[in-house]
Design a protein around this ligand. Structure first.
Ligand code: ADP
Length: 190
């Protein structure tokens, strides 16, 4: 049983690593950002509620995110484990996730922090903006996303470290090397 959380600033490579790791571990990767973007594209009610926040680089309100994640984790494919990419991001979301897992008699196995410095992630997001055209990769929005991350999400690493769950992994380098580092960290080899 594998229940994992991936933490890290925008541009640290969470989405890329989440897909590769989930495949390897045989659990679904649950990316809140992807779910919001899909809903925004399809103009669902959820998408309409999230879009304005995403475009501004702000976090979607906790109650919206929490309800969405609770629904997703209740689906059968997540019963055998999951890899959460982009959730939790606030201390209120941590508490909510604790509650969801306690309700299922479960707990997290590990929280992986992908570490990448600000210069690196800004460069990566600038390149991604040119390729993918994601509205929130606009330079000013990126600055705001990093600020929000520093204020609201970075403190979660201390919180999970105090629970003995945190594994810090260097997110700089070739994709497959980073994946290998995460796998090693999860095996307790790093
Ligand atoms: P990144 O982490 O690179 O900023 P994501 O694709 O993970 O990008 O998320 C995109 C946007 O979706 C965020 O900027 C935010 O608006 C929204 N979002 C995703 N996950 C959450 C969350 N757990 N809480 C609040 N907002 C979220």
């Amino acid at each position: 049983m594998t229940r994992l959380v991936l933490l890290g600033p925008p541009g640290a490579g969470k989405g890329t690593q989440a897909a590769l790791l989930a495949e390897r571990l045989g659990v679904p990767a649950i990316s809140t950002g992807d779910i919001f973007r899909r809903n925004a594209k399809e103009q669902t009610e959820l998408g309409r509620r999230a879009q304005q926040y995403m475009d501004a680089g702000e976090y979607v309100p906790d109650e919206v995110v929490n309800a969405m994640v609770a629904d997703r984790l209740a689906q059968p494919d997540a019963a055998g484990g999951f890899l959460l990419d982009g959730y939790p991001r606030t201390t209120a979301q941590v508490e909510e996730l604790d509650g969801m897992l306690a309700g299922a008699g479960a707990g997290l196995d590990a929280v992986v922090e992908l570490v990448a410095d600000e210069e690196e992630v800004v460069g990566r997001l600038r390149r991604r903006a040119a390729v993918d055209g994601r509205a929130d990769d606009d330079e000013a929005v990126v600055r705001r996303r990093l600020e929000v991350y520093r204020e609201q999400t970075a403190p979660l690493t201390d919180l999970y470290a105090s629970r003995g769950l945190l594994r810090r992994v260097d997110g700089i380098g070739p994709v497959e090397e980073v994946t290998a580092r995460v796998v090693a960290a999860l095996d307790g080899r790093a």
